[in-house]
Design a protein around this ligand. Structure first.
Ligand code: NBP
Length: 476
């Protein structure tokens, strides 16, 4: 079509996998889109590959900016980090007051806050939007987590709502909050994704140790995907397990090297949790499991010298499947409990005014952690917006009370057979710690007072009164 005379509704910079698919998604909703990529041959090839579409390919940033209707809406979809700053610097002299720059990459939320302040100082508007769902989500409908001023969100809302995934007719996008709130929530989303993936892998490890074939395991995950564990990650796990390697004819997972990669959003989540003093032990275990998995050479060497039991899981297969189901479900609840605790803590500290139920609801579609049970999280926060801990919501309390015995049996079985289940066991330890009216921290306080005169409170005196003991001298 001839797009020469009409200014575009939207512009996108960065035509790698996410950018290309987002452009096709936006265009398919009736918008004309201008595109620019640093390597201009990529732009030319993309436009040539999509004839008849309302696309304007631009070889220079100047032409790109000039092709956009005002206020200009420019989405930057380049590699996170320094490239985003470089693109912003190039854009600033070309843009005009009130134009909008949207960073749709996986930027660290503190970078987003810095860019937000910088651009608003230049009279430009900025949205930091987390986009989840990978290539397919970008093309068919991602979950979008935009942060920035509410007035800027209102301008972007029609485009974002039209391209987002839909669940029950609702678009999987809400205005998350000001500044870096959107990228922050996307970061925690990724941390939760790490947790979900590791928990699934631990279930797989148990089935493997019990002698299940990969086809048997695939059938279990397919069946779980019909029930209360229904989720994208369970679904793709079933499909991944069923996949055969064309070269060897073996199950593909059996020929994939057991070294996990990571791009950093899980580690960012851990750093933030440590800064906020929020326990996210399930996500922590998941990140650390990837780290240990990557030390393949060391593990192979250690396997020859450090002893453990030879796994002998005598449980009947159906019974094992049921118990592991409960361990996975309960641990998943803990992972989300911790992730939402962190979001809630940061949201309150930054006064972002986060809608926790709304955040759970936009994760139901488009994104990698989309799952049936997110409805239950929305219900929990809609029922009590000030809920101290997700485990205490009626649905989750009942679920954990019902599953905890099987969960314990699975962790005990794994431990006694030498099968590492760091995320299952960290989740259970969190559950047991949180439900303990009395922990051994009384002894810890005694130790602190002993060596450092840090004082302690007493069970028989009002809270806030501090005591110190003159402890006996230690003779070494
Ligand atoms: P990449 O993260 O691989 O980035 C490649 C793009 O960045 C190319 O268009 C490249 O242009 C451009 N670029 C680079 Br690298 N340095 C640049 C610079 N200095 N100036 C201008 N452009 C530059 O692309 P992606 O995988 O599509 O991801 C885009 C963003 O979305 C990232 O932040 C990513 O973390 C996030 N994300 C990705 C996924 C996913 O599944 N891939 C999912 C969700 C979010 P060139 O062609 O000239 O090299």
């Amino acid at each position: 079509m001839n797009t020469a005379d009409k200014k575009s509704d939207f512009g996108l910079i960065g035509l790698a996998v996410m950018g290309q698919n987002l452009v096709l998604n936006v265009e398919s909703r009736g918008f004309q889109v201008s595109v620019y990529n640093r390597t201009t041959s990529v732009t030319d090839a993309f436009v040539a590959k999509n004839p008849g579409k309302k696309l304007v390919g631009c070889d220079t940033l100047e032409a790109f900016v000039q092709s956009l209707a005002k206020p200009r809406k420019v989405m930057v979809m380049v590699k996170a980090g320094a490239p985003v700053d470089q693109v912003i610097e190039q854009l600033i002299p070309l843009l005009e007051k009130d134009d909008i720059v949207i960073d749709g990459g996986n930027s660290l939320y503190t970078d987003t806050e810095r860019r937000d302040a910088y651009l608003s100082g230049k009279g430009l508007r900025f949205i930091g939007a987390g986009v989840s769902g990978g290539e397919e989500g970008a093309r068919k409908g991602p979950a979008i987590m935009p942060g920035g001023p509410a007035s800027t969100w209102e301008v972007m809302k029609p485009i974002f709502e039209s391209i987002a995934a839909k669940v029950d007719g609702q678009p999987c996008v809400i205005h998350i909050g000001p500044g870096g709130a959107g990228h922050y929530v996307k970061m925690i989303h990724n941390g939760i994704e790490y947790g979900d993936m590791q928990l699934i892998c631990e279930a797989y490890a148990l089935f493997k140790a019990a002698g299940f074939t990969t086809d048997e395991m695939a059938a279990v995950f397919d069946q779980w995907n019909e029930g209360d564990l229904q989720s994208y990650l369970i679904q793709i796990t079933g499909k991944a397990l069923a996949q055969k390697d064309p070269e060897t004819g073996k199950p593909l997972v059996d020929v994939i090297l057991d070294k996990a990669g990571q791009k950093g959003t899980g580690q960012w989540t851990l750093i933030n949790a440590a800064e906020q003093a929020v326990v996210i032990s399930t996500i922590n275990a998941a990140v650390e499991a990837r780290v240990l998995s990557s030390q393949k050479k060391q593990r192979v060497a250690a396997s020859a010298v450090l002893q453990g039991p030879a796994p002998a899981l005598s449980l009947e297969k159906k019974a094992l499947v049921d118990k592991v189901h409960d361990a996975l479900y309960a641990s998943k609840v803990i992972s989300y409990t911790q992730g939402f605790d962190l979001i809630k803590t940061m949201g309150e500290k930054r006064q972002w005014g986060l809608d926790l139920g709304g955040i759970a609801s936009i994760w139901r579609g488009g994104c990698i952690i989309r799952a049936r049970f997110l409805n239950r999280i929305t219900e929990a926060y809609r029922g009590d917006a000030a809920l101290a801990n997700l485990m205490l919501a009626p649905f989750f309390k009942e679920l954990l009370n019902r599953t905890q015995q099987n969960w314990r049996e699975v962790v005990a079985l794994a431990v006694s057979n030498g099968i590492p289940v760091p995320a299952f066991s960290a989740s259970l330890a969190y559950y047991d710690s949180y439900r303990s009216a009395r922990l051994p921290a009384n002894l810890l306080q005694a130790q602190r007072d002993f060596f450092g005169a840090h004082t302690y409170e007493r069970v028989d005196k009002p809270e806030g009164e501090f005591f110190h003991t003159e402890w006996p001298e230690v003779i070494e």
